[in-house]
Structures are given as C-alpha cells and as structure tokens.
Design a protein around this ligand. Structure first.
Ligand SMILES: [Zn+2]
Length: 348
C-alpha cells in the first residue's frame, strides 16, 4: 500500500510540472483528491491494513494530500497571473491613435440667417413675438387695409381653409395680433412661416419665412427718419458695409411706402443677371403704418404713429450666402447644408 501511495505521489507531481496547463491541473485534482479519487479509495481500504500500519498509512495519505493540494494551488495562481498578463497584452490601449470624430449637426442655414437677423433687431431694442400661422380674413387682410377686391385675396394666391380660415400670406398679421393685446410704445418683431400658392422654383416657395417688424409711439415721436435710420443700420450690420437706397413703393398697410435696396452683393453694383444689371437688390418693404391699420386695432391715428417693415428670410439668405437657387434649402442634402456651419453666438 505504501508503494501504491508513493506511485500516486510520483505520478501526480510529475504531471504538475511548471508548465502544466489548466486542464491537466484540474484532471489531476479530480483524479487524486476527488470524492472518488485515488486517495479516498486508499482511505476506504484502510480496514484491510494491519492496525499497527494504519497511522503510518494515514499520515502518508495526509502528507500526499497536502503536498498535491499546495502544488495545485501554486500552479493555479501561476495560471491566473499568466492569463491576466495575456489579456492585458492583447487589450493594450494606444493613446496615440487618432480618435473617432463624431459628426455633429448644426442649424439649417435658413434658421441661422433668421437668428442673425433677429439678433441684430433685438440688439436695437425690438422684442420677438410669435403669432399664429392659421388666420382669419380680418387679421390677414381686412385689418391691414386690403380692399375686398385686392388680388392677394384671390384663390390663386391664398390657401383657404374650411370655416373661413386661411394660412397667413405674410407675417403682417403679427401687427394686428400684438396691437390687439398691447398698447404703444412698442417695438416688436414677428418671425414665422408664411404660405402662398406658388410652385417651388428658383425664386419662390409655397412655404417660406418672414420677419415683420414695427415700432409705434405717440404721434411725432416716430417718423420716416427713424424708419430709415433703423433699417439702414440693420442692412449695414447684416450685409456688412454696403450702399443702401430707399425707393418709393406701394403697400395697402403703409403710407408712404418704400422698398429698401442694397448694392448687389454678387456684382458689387457693377450689374449682373441676379440684379438684372441694375446693380441693386431689393431687401425689404417698409413704410409708415397706414391710419386705417391703426383704426382697426382701435388706436387713434391722430394720437399714434409708427413704421413697419417686412422681409423674406429665404430670399435674404440667398443673397447673404451667395446661393442662386431657393430649392437647395428644401432638399436637405447634407453636402449642401454642410457648407454653412453654424457661426458662434448666432446659433444653438
Ligand atoms: Zn448684381
């Protein structure tokens, strides 16, 4: 029996060499120390051993058991360390590798231009008020002094909705909506969407944005000179150093009325196809608020006076960004949009 035990020890330690793999170590553990392993079998056969021999055999079994256990533990420790080393080597992080750039979106160029315009106007003391896109005839036409037979009220131009409502054709309804709620002195800009039955083309779209602005105070405090001063300053800030001119015009809701032109940005006044060889581009319409508009919101034209202006955001964006086709704004081709990143401060 002693020989048998020595054989178990010799074989186990031979297999548990320094470079033994995890699988071999586990096999030896089960075979030698397991519940029905070699040492357990020996202990079960102790009753056949002479009583005087038993303590010697028992001690030998315990010695072998401890020795094999210690050897297995040491090997397992070694194996764990080796495993860790291997995984660290394969997962090494190279901090000098270039990072992966996550593409970042930005605001649409039309939104950016609108925000730039509003920034300048707010800097001059105008407040921003948003008013509704779905309107009635009174707020979109009648209160703004459009006569009943005015061509803009034609089915050809306006999207009419059931129940006598319509989609506003301009942001001028903002003047009426705000003046019904608030009393002068007021300096307000109303940005928003406008709708007209136009086909999408190089210069027009059925849905577009405008900014309406107006300033009203006691009669005599706001004159045509203020209008010219504010809009000339706006044009200079927005377009940079440029020549401006006011040209007499006609709108139902202003009297007198004017259009503001700037030197064509594309040809700097020399004349090109975009400015029809005049050297000038029209930027906005403006004028002194018509007495009938003031009467419609129950303000006495003998007591109050003010000016108003309105400009198309998309058309102004075309000029400022040097784009010659309005449709590009609606196609949402990121190759196009990516050329107009947001500018610091002027965007979200
Ligand atoms: Zn030009």
């Amino acid at each position: 029996m002693k020989d048998q035990l020595e054989e178990i020890r010799r074989r186990a330690l031979a297999e548990l060499g320094d470079d033994a793999e995890a699988e071999v170590v586990e096999n030896v553990r089960v075979r030698v120390l397991g519940r029905s392993g070699e040492l357990t079998e020996i202990m079960r056969g102790m009753r056949d051993v002479a009583p005087a021999e038993r303590p010697i055999i028992g001690k030998l079994v315990n010695d072998i058991k401890r020795e094999v256990e210690a050897r297995i533990e040491a090997l397992q420790e070694h194996l764990r360390a080796r495993q860790l080393e291997r995984s660290l080597a394969s997962a090494r992080l190279d901090v000098t590798l270039p990072g992966v750039r996550i593409p970042r979106g930005h605001v649409h160029p039309v939104t950016r231009i609108m925000e730039e315009m509003l920034d300048i106007l707010c800097g001059m003391g105008f407040e921003v008020e948003y008013t509704q896109d779905v309107e009635d005839d009174f707020h979109n036409f009648a209160a703004l002094n459009f006569p009943p037979n005015h061509p803009a009220r034609d089915m050809q131009d306006t999207f009419f909705l059931p129940g006598g409502m319509l989609l506003r054709t301009h942001t001028s309804n903002g003047q009426i909506r705000v003046l019904e709620r608030r009393r002068p002195p007021l300096a307000v800009v109303c940005p928003g969407g406008c709708y007209r039955r136009d086909d999408l083309s190089v210069r027009a779209a059925p849905a577009f944005n405008q900014i309406e602005g107006f300033m009203i105070d006691r009669r005599g405090r706001i004159t045509m000179s203020h209008l010219k001063g504010v809009l000339t300053e706006f044009a200079k800030e927005f377009f940079g150093e440029t020549r401006v001119r006011f040209r007499g015009s006609f709108f139902p809701f202003t009297e007198p009325s004017a259009e503001l032109d700037i030197y064509c940005l594309l040809c700097s006044g020399a004349g090109c196809a975009v400015c029809k060889y005049s050297g000038w581009t029209e930027v906005l319409g403006c004028g002194m608020i018509h007495p009938n508009v003031l009467r419609a919101v129950k303000l006495d034209p003998n007591e109050y006076q003010g000016f108003a202006f309105g400009m198309g955001v998309e058309r102004t964006a075309l000029m400022k960004l040097g784009i010659d086709d309005l449709r590009l704004f609606y196609e949402n081709d990121v190759r196009f949009l990516g050329q107009f990143p947001s500018v610091a401060g002027g965007s979200r």
